[in-house]
Write a protein that binds this ligand. Structure first.
Ligand code: XBP
Ligand code: MG
Length: 242
């Protein structure tokens, strides 16, 4: 761990996909494939391809990038891609509502500890507000959306991660300086975004991101851990960073 500062920690800002839960692998990817089948498209994204496509943040942007790269002669218009993406969002939200997408190890515990310590919570994500609400409600707690003072999501800013805009928007809404906050991310694009906003950032990697470059992160972990593990991230550790 590095980067001790003299300012008191006031808020934790969490990325969503890949950080709170393995939603990319467990839900976004299968939802994309279900949407393709629904529209009679013979596209199928496997895990390896999806890992590459994740370099492009945002589902609509990812879809457009896939077409340009793999079907450059296709004549699909933006409104068609929009319909496919809406179908994907529908499948995604249904999967979450079935309660089958668990949070990553240590996430719920750390959120509860942060609330007990009167830290403020926020979200900064590329995915849509609708998708965030589903994950919070169905995988965390029915009232979990109210745990977060700010939910910065989706198209609220024009430039998605790795641009810093979504974190800057969240900080403005929180009314806090970056030096008072800590970000949690899982990807290089997410880290760039948080660092660009001046935030210290803890990384928990996943299968898609473990080989990425996390230079500049406070620390890089496999997950937040639980007290029964060899090590885990808790409030004492976080407060000691500040
Ligand atoms: C990750 C993303 C998201 C999801 C898809 O966002 O790039 O776009 O893959 O969501 P983050 P949408 O890790 O910043 O949460 O299809 O709703 O865009
Ligand atoms: Mg992420």
């Amino acid at each position: 761990m590095q980067n001790k500062s003299s300012t008191k920690l006031a808020a934790l800002i969490f990325d969503v996909d890949g950080t709170l839960a393995d939603t990319e692998h467990d839900a976004h990817l299968p939802a994309f494939n279900l949407a393709f089948a629904e529209f009679g498209l013979d596209w199928h994204w496997d895990d390896a391809l999806y890992g590459e496509l994740l370099r492009v943040t945002g589902g609509k942007e990812r879809l457009r990038h896939y077409l340009q790269r793999f079907h450059p002669d296709s004549q699909f218009r933006d409104d068609f891609l929009s319909s496919v993406h809406q179908a994907k969002t529908r499948h995604y939200n249904r999967m979450l509502s079935e309660g089958k997408i668990p949070l990553r190890r240590g996430v719920k515990r750390l959120l509860l500890e942060a609330r007990n310590a009167d830290l403020r919570l926020a979200i900064a994500t590329t995915t849509s507000p609708e998708n965030v609400m589903s994950l919070l409600r169905y995988s965390l707690a029915e009232d979990a959306p109210t745990w977060f003072d700010v939910i910065a999501a989706g198209d609220i800013v024009p430039a998605k991660k790795p641009a810093p805009d979504i974190y800057l928007w969240a900080l403005k809404e929180l009314g806090l300086d970056a030096t008072q906050c800590l970000a949690f991310e899982d990807s290089e694009n997410g880290l760039k975004s948080a660092l660009g906003a001046g935030l210290r950032t803890i990384i928990t990697t996943n299968g898609y991101t473990s080989a990425q470059d996390f230079s500049g992160a406070v620390t890089v972990l496999s997950d937040l851990g639980e007290p029964t593990d060899n090590s885990h991230v808790d409030m004492t550790l976080l407060l000691n960073l500040f």
